[in-house]
Design a protein around this ligand. Structure first.
Ligand code: SF4
Length: 52
């Protein structure tokens, strides 16, 4: 398990100072039906938009 999850998506409600994700766990999904081959084809499914 990663010790720290670095993330620059500061529009997410789990985002914290220093680009540290504050979620207890995150769920990363494959965007493709086939095996992902690049990082661009993966996605954090735990993302939750900040409420304004
Ligand atoms: S939940 Fe995902 S998108 Fe949100 S801060 Fe953590 S890693 Fe980034």
């Amino acid at each position: 398990m990663p010790k720290d999850v670095m993330c620059e998506v500061d529009s997410c409600s789990y985002w914290g100072q220093g680009n540290l994700c504050q979620a207890d766990q995150i769920y990363v999904v494959n965007q493709r039906e086939e095996e992902a081959e690049t990082s661009e084809e993966t996605d954090c499914h735990t993302f939750k938009p900040k409420h304004h």
